[in-house]
Design a binder for this molecule. Sequence first.
Ligand SMILES: [Zn+2]
Length: 225
Amino acid sequence: MADIETCDSTTNGFDKVVLQNWSDNEDRNEDGAIPTSNEICKRILGIDYMDEPEEAFGCVLFDSFEVSQKYGIPILEDPTGSYKKLAHSLIEYAYNKGVEFRFCSEDELKQDGVAALYIPMNNTIVISPIDLDNCTELQAFIWASDLSHELVHCMQLEQSHNMSKEEEEYEAHVLAGLSIAWILTKDITPEELRYRETVRYIFDGVEASSKYYYKQLDIFSKRNR
Ligand SMILES: [Zn+2]
């Protein structure tokens, strides 16, 4: 792994990311509001997760494998497998794609409102450091999820164009967040409710990431008026 360096949140290049990703925000509602979690689900899957949770769950499960295959990003297909091994595979994948790593403390990333960040200008992923020889499987799991989310954004730049921000975030969240969502909802019964809450978790993430993005755009455009 690359050397750990300190991240200065004021110079992390986010403005440049925002500038490069500028779009017409065509997915905003007519009143300019960003669609909510279930509205985004209806637009992307054509399904209302409140009315048809099982169908929506089937779609997100299918899509998580589809996104993995589309970009060749490794996922843990065997739930009893090792997340540390997955993390190593993801790091290898990243290096093969020429991705640079820049390490930032979790606190610094939180100050920026993110868990990790992809900077397209220099093909860099900003993420917290991890010691995979001495961390827990849970820590490796969360770290690998954050990394795979950013790797999806990295590959979108190379392979997928003309996607709305919501579609981009859906791919990233469905690949990186489905296992976490399924684990977090493990105590929810009956199963139909667990399906609904799992799908809701994914699309809540899409909504939050899209809102964050549009907020940064607004800040950026006001600053440059
Ligand atoms: Zn994202």
